[in-house]
Design a protein. Structure first.
Length: 286
């Protein structure tokens, strides 16, 4: 009877041993998994791209930023300032270019075919008794005015104006302009009288005189009207009517523009300086 009883007991023992072995194996596997560090969870990405932190991959803006962008529209205050500055610069450039072309047309109109020529050859003497011709005025701009020393009011006013014009131009373009006073009354205005008279206005003025015929020829060349009688007895008192203009001549001796009483000294000086800036040659400076 013992052998039959021992067989069932071994079967039960084997079954219990097998179950315990499997349970132990499962426990060991779970413990091993618990000891392994967890890998960081990443979102699914296309192949060939490396995983990046979530903060670095965010390229969209917040709701407030998006609202602010759409509220301001496609233009910002910086774009507005740039637009205003660019527009002002273009306007300034075109206005200056327009004025330059106007001066150029004025200067070239005096040289065109059919235009009356202003200026030409002459030979006179200055307040120091030296001979002066049109060649001595070339190489620099010259401002020519016709008058006489016995003029009661107009000539003194215009010579004061001429002195102011000359000082303004001289300050910016030293030696670039020669102020010339030509008498229309050679019978009473010799070199000595011119020197004393012009010294009251400016030491830089050049005074010119000559014979009646020489003065008449120069006045005709410059289109200047004057009413000086030809044969005047010494000591006779008279007045002389004459044109009241400043004749601006360029370094080549060509007429540029006539400046009248409608121009203030500063306005006339500005016109002269603008013409000097337009000159493409190299003016002589003494």
């Amino acid at each position: 009877m013992m052998p039959q009883t021992g067989a069932p007991m071994r079967a039960v023992f084997n079954a219990l041993s097998k179950g315990a072995t499997q349970k132990c194996a499962r426990s060991m596997t779970t413990a091993c998994r618990a000891q392994q560090p967890r890998r960081p969870t990443t979102l699914c990405q296309p192949r060939g791209q490396l995983a990046q932190p979530l903060e670095q991959r965010r390229t969209f803006k917040t709701v407030e930023e998006a609202k602010s962008r759409y509220r301001s529209g496609p233009f910002s205050w910086k774009a507005g300032i740039l637009f205003v500055v660019t527009g002002a610069g273009l306007l300034y450039y075109f206005e200056r270019e327009k004025e330059r072309m106007r001066r150029k047309r004025i200067a070239e109109s005096q040289k065109g075919v059919g235009a009356p020529k202003v200026g030409g050859p002459f030979q006179l003497i200055d307040q120091d008794g030296k001979t002066v011709t049109e060649q001595d005025l070339k190489g620099r701009y010259s401002l020519v005015y016709f008058g006489f020393t016995h003029c009661p009011d107009i000539c003194p006013e215009e010579l004061d104006k001429m002195a102011r014009m000359f000082d303004v131009v001289q300050a910016e373009r030293p030696g670039g302009l020669v102020p010339v006073f030509v008498t229309c009354d050679p019978a009473r205005d010799g070199p000595k009288e011119l020197k004393e008279y012009l010294a009251e206005f400016h030491p830089g003025f050049m005074g010119l005189t000559g014979t009646y015929e020489q003065i008449k020829a120069m006045c005709k060349a410059y289109r200047v009207y004057f009413s000086t009688p030809k044969d005047v007895k010494p000591g006779t008192d008279y007045l002389v009517d004459h044109s009241i203009y400043f004749y601006l001549m360029d370094p080549e001796g060509d007429f540029v523009e006539a400046l009248g009483r409608q121009h203030s000294p500063d306005q006339a000086a500005k016109i002269i300086l603008e013409h000097m800036k337009d000159w493409r040659g190299v003016p002589k400076v003494n």
